[in-house]
Design a protein around this ligand. Structure first.
Ligand SMILES: Nc1ncnc2c1ncn2[C@@H]1O[C@H](COP(=O)(O)OP(=O)(O)O)[C@@H](O)[C@H]1O
Ligand SMILES: [Mg+2]
Length: 336
């Protein structure tokens, strides 16, 4: 067990119920914040919960007063804007308080789906061909795009803005979907070549030495042309819908050992190229001719019990408390 630490768990304030400000009484549904706080308390740490409220000056003041040994950073946005997740990390960097997960730079590089793909391209890591569709600017769409393309908000997460209508088959539909995203999400969009193949989620732990956990898979099992082949918002969040279309999350069991080694290598390269820290999850597709194409990298992915990272860790023999303990240790080690 780690030595007993004062840990402030920094969360999005909407996750703190007014009648349970220290997150001691988990509700019935799985919520990451409770799982992490529970594990940290079991590990013997003194846990304080703090919301990254709109009044950031008072958050900074509280953090400076608390001066914890570590901030466990569970924030993914600030005041509803995911683009500002990096600014919370930047604040912690300025306050010189050790914190878990990616720093401001890692969050910035991975958050922007266009920038992230540019960086990976520079590193010669295969990504779908793509074009940026900036908000408030006229874009000329090349005639030779490899349709179907998938059009997505550039800065969102958790399949926000991804529906079956995101898959487009011509320039007109592409521009229409981009205009919808600009209007609804008030942000840039990206259009990517649709990559057919198995969808894999690969969790990585570490900093100097990286551990790649067993790949998970989202299997789209609907027969014929029926059913979604992308993880739309509905697929991700609606259990009945997934059941209807035979979409299952599980382990990618039958991977060829060469493919598995390539996955491990490429995921480590992505993790380093995008400056992820402590833990991360790389999402990719394995094409029918065994090419690996990176869809995205997630710094600070969901570490709720039962979610992708925790499931993969468990399979590798790292139970939930040990996973949280490992993240704490990895974070602290970066500061010694
Ligand atoms: N280029 C692509 N080719 C095939 N499927 C894609 C592509 N981009 C996204 N998808 C599908 O959409 C899902 C969500 O896209 P992603 O870029 O990971 O957004 P988010 O950040 O919201 O998770 C992916 O898990 C995948 O199923
Ligand atoms: Mg994703």
């Amino acid at each position: 067990m780690s030595r007993r630490l004062d840990i402030t768990v920094l969360v999005d304030p909407v996750t703190i119920p007014p009648d349970d400000r220290e997150l001691r009484h988990p509700p019935n549904k799985p919520i990451t914040e409770y799982h992490v706080c529970g594990a940290l308390r079991h590990l013997g740490h003194r846990v304080t919960v703090l919301g990254a409220e709109y009044d950031i000056a008072s958050v900074a003041k509280t953090l400076a007063q608390q001066s914890p040994d570590l901030v466990f950073n569970l924030t993914e946005q600030f005041c509803g804007d995911r683009r500002l997740d990096k600014n919370i990390a930047a604040l912690l960097e300025l306050l010189e308080i050790p914190f878990t997960g990616a720093g401001a730079m890692g969050l910035m590089l991975a958050r922007d789906k266009n920038l992230c793909k540019q960086i990976l391209t520079l590193h010669r890591i295969r990504v779908p061909s793509f074009m940026a569709l900036p908000h408030n600017r006229t874009v000329r769409v090349s005639k030779n795009l490899p349709y179907p393309m998938i059009v997505k908000p550039a800065f969102e997460d958790s399949s926000e803005g991804i529906a079956n209508a995101s898959l487009v088959y011509d320039a007109e539909a592409l521009l229409e979907r981009a205009a919808f995203i600009h209007e609804r999400w008030q942000q840039d969009a990206i259009a990517e070549e649709y990559i057919e193949g198995r969808e894999l989620y690969v969790s990585v732990l570490g900093n100097k030495r990286l551990t790649v956990l067993p790949p998970r898979e989202c299997a789209f099992n609907a027969e014929g042309d029926e059913g979604p082949t992308i993880l739309t918002y509905r697929c991700k969040w609606d259990d009945d819908y997934r059941q209807k279309w035979k979409i299952d999350f599980g382990f990618a069991e039958d991977l060829d050992s060469n493919v598995l080694r390539s996955i491990q290598r490429i995921c480590k390269r992505v993790y380093r190229a995008l400056q992820l820290q402590d833990y991360g999850r790389i999402d990719l597709r394995l094409t029918p001719d065994d090419k690996l194409v990176i869809l995205e990298a997630n710094p600070n992915p969901d570490i709720a019990y039962g979610e992708e990272v925790a499931e993969a860790a468990e399979k590798a023999g790292i139970d939930y408390e040990s996973l949280i303990d490992r993240i704490v240790r990895l974070a602290l080690k970066r500061y010694t």
